[in-house]
Design a protein around this ligand. Structure first.
Ligand SMILES: [Zn+2]
Length: 342
């Protein structure tokens, strides 16, 4: 399977984030890339550098003012006397129907959902190349590959059209889905990350042409809290095209595969032309987030089950944090998937 990744994606190196109010080292470390690259190579992937696709495919799912913010906020932030080394918000609008702020501090609060996505001088380029990896993987599938893997880092599924959050800046899965959608009538996104894909849901919430399905730890007591509940079904023309499958904490392989079977019924009924898998590996039992208990062989079975849908598939890396098995879990998923796909 072809895989896409650019060195620039490693430069973004966020320092801290707040967890239950306490400052902690940010777990979205560049070292994740080494583990994931090793995992992809073990699965037989050929790694290619993506092309520079410009802003077009990114602007197809994000607002111009948000992209302008991401590109320039770090420089503007540095002009504030006494400001932190990284852009981190300290005020948020309680609703998003007020005035658009002119100041860097106001815009940081407007465009950043939480403290988990600090912006440094490297963030914009890393996020862009991450998105371009997703674009190239989608183009490989459009060109006839049965599947392709995008080693997207930073991840993307918590990024809305104009809001960063949860380590995410540009929504790589949404970018890939829109690139596929340009060539096909219907695209499904299946998000198997530990956390609900709230940004992806938000981007396609009112659209009937992109089905969004997410399996994740129940957000009743888990990030992202405000989204990911079973009664969020889409709105307007998109009503019935969003489907959430929250799982009880510590759910293991059997429960995950059972929920996956329910997701497959929805996907088959939708009859998409192509599939995007938002592949988080943080549902792993040994992941530092500890929300679900999927095993390494479990990821292989998940990959195998998804491949049986028989759809052209773009696999986009989302979460999955440093633990000894991170690379093995990617190998397990890709091997399980590839074993059935070819
Ligand atoms: Zn996650």
């Amino acid at each position: 399977m072809k895989a896409f990744y650019a060195e620039e994606q490693k430069r973004h190196d966020p320092r801290a984030f707040l967890s239950s109010g306490a400052a902690q080292p940010n777990p979205e470390k560049p070292e994740r890339v080494e583990r994931l690259l090793a995992g992809a190579l073990s699965a037989g992937c050929a790694i290619e550098r993506p092309r520079d696709h410009g802003l077009g495919p990114v602007a197809a799912v994000h607002t111009p003012e948000y992209l302008d913010f991401l590109e320039h906020i770090y420089t503007r932030w540095q002009r504030i006397e006494g400001a932190s080394a990284e852009v981190i918000p300290n005020i948020h609008p309680i609703a998003r129907n007020g005035s658009y702020p002119a100041s860097a501090v106001g815009q940081a609060g407007y465009h950043m959902a939480d403290t988990a996505c600090p912006i440094s001088g490297e963030t914009w380029q890393s996020a862009l190349w991450s998105a371009w990896s997703a674009v190239d993987a989608a183009e490989a599938v459009i060109s006839g590959a049965p599947a392709a893997y995008a080693l997207c880092r930073p991840p993307g599924h918590h990024a809305f059209a104009d809001v960063a959050g949860g380590f995410c800046f540009i929504n790589n899965s949404a970018v890939a889905a829109q690139v596929l959608r340009n060539q096909a009538s219907r695209v499904a996104i299946l998000d198997v990350d530990l956390h609900h894909g709230n940004g992806t849901q938000g981007i396609f919430y009112a659209r009937p042409d992109v089905l969004t399905i997410s399996l994740h730890a129940d957000p009743v007591r888990f990030y992202p809290f405000f989204w990911g509940h079973a009664d969020e079904r889409g709105e307007g023309a998109g009503l019935g095209y969003n489907f959430n499958l929250p799982l009880p904490r510590k759910s293991a392989d059997a429960a995950f595969l059972e929920a996956l079977a329910v997701a497959f019924q929805r996907i088959r009924a939708f009859s998409p032309d192509a599939l995007v898998v938002a592949l988080g590996l943080d549902a792993f039992e040994g992941d530092p987030f500890g929300g679900l208990s999927v095993t390494t062989p479990g990821f292989s079975r998940i990959g195998e089950a998804i491949a049986k849908l028989g759809l052209p598939t773009v696999i986009v890396q989302e979460g999955g944090y440093l633990c000894d098995e991170l690379g093995d879990n990617l190998t397990a998923f890709l091997t399980g998937f590839g074993g059935k796909a070819r």
